[in-house]
Design a protein around this ligand. Sequence first.
Ligand SMILES: [Mg+2]
Length: 313
Amino acid sequence: MKDFNNTVKAVIFGHAVADALGVPVEFCDRDELDENPVTDMTGFGTYPYPEGCWSDDTSMSLGTLESLTLGMVNYDDIMINFGKWYYKDEFTPTGEMFDVGNTCSYAIDNYFVNKKPVNLCGLDNEQSNGNGSLMRIHPVALYLYTRKNLSTEEKIEIIHSVSALTHAHERSKIACGIYAFVLWELMDNPVRESILNGLNKAKEYYKSYPESDKYSKLFNKTFILTKRSDISSSGYVVATLEAAVYCLLHSKSYEECVLSAVNLGDDTDTVGAIAGGLAGALYGLDSIPEKWLTALKKKEYIDDMCERAVKAW
Ligand SMILES: [Mg+2]
């Protein structure tokens, strides 16, 4: 149980720390960061916030994790927490909501303003395939890991439904599913080969899904040989997932993984966060530099939420 507790914290903090590393340089381009790379936790830059401030990626993840302390997946309750963040600044490092994606914003308004049922709020058009559900899916994947009575199909259906709260297009749902397959393999066996095992399981699972061809580059055995210049780190969900997995595959430590992810530029906080959660599972809680954990805003609040979640599961 202590091991599982540590794994949950490794993933949650691994994600949040990397989010905070990326916030000050969000939207910086790669050339700029190649000349002046991020090497440590800093503040300000893109946003007027001090070091250790995490963004919407972590806020929406914590809203999800808080809901999962109920010991079940309740879609309305998760959406209510998104509303508490979006309209009332809860689940934020500074008491102020910043950095919300368009698709998330429309979906949350669909629930609270347009009064749509929770399963019809997410946007399902092809343009709504930013990384806004991928960046908040890890708490659900962690919870489902403990549900030994559920089949893989049942777990993936829940992952898809949680994605669809905001991102209902099949491409976004598959990204969340791929993330879950990789995370579950890493949790079973925290070694580098588990990344490829997870990708292979996802490839097999999604082979009949029309949208799975969007992931053919990631699913290809030669993906690891891709040149850095051929890896985009944009907010497009496919690009974000590729960039995060690429950094994980090429890393030897948590620190190396998340700094390489942030220093790809563009959507630095989310690419960092996706890579960071998986790197937490691979390298463990102790691998996250203590000084970064100390710098993280509301560290005790996040730690307490992880404790309550694990107790409830
Ligand atoms: Mg963000």
